[in-house]
Design a protein around this ligand. Structure first.
Ligand SMILES: [Zn+2]
Length: 130
């Protein structure tokens, strides 16, 4: 579980290829505007940022089991990650972005569809504005 951090995790790759199969094109691991953080999938024109959250690192209510060794450390760590996620979402939304978060345990097909819906919604809104 500990080695599951970082880029190109399995659930990330699965989502990327599912979204790609729907005909959508995006940037991978792109830096977020004004932040020293990256999105897993970034749709710049539509202003949609997608994050695939690992159940352990991001404290999924169903799957996150904090190890009993160094419990305090891991608890602090997952809480820190959660707080950072919230902060990222708040900043992005304030800058007019749509944020889509997907748990690694979620069904890839469904997750890809919600990403596609978010992108389509944003694109439609943009084409309506002058
Ligand atoms: Zn989970």
């Amino acid at each position: 579980m500990v080695g599951n951090r970082g880029r190109d995790t399995k659930p990330e790759l699965a989502l990327r290829s599912a979204v790609h199969a729907l005909g959508l094109r995006y940037r991978v691991g792109a830096r977020l505007p004004g932040m020293r953080r990256t999105a897993d999938l970034l749709f710049e024109r539509a202003k949609v940022a997608v994050f695939v959250d690992g159940c352990f690192w991001h404290g999924c209510a169903t799957h996150c089991r904090v190890p009993s060794t160094n419990r305090e450390y891991w608890l602090a760590k997952t809480m820190q990650n959660g707080a950072r996620d919230k902060d990222t979402d708040t900043k992005l939304r304030a800058a007019g972005w749509t944020v889509v978060r997907v748990w690694e345990h979620e069904d890839t097909g469904e997750a890809a569809l919600s990403v596609a819906t978010a992108v389509a919604t944003r694109s439609r809104l943009q084409s309506l504005s002058p």
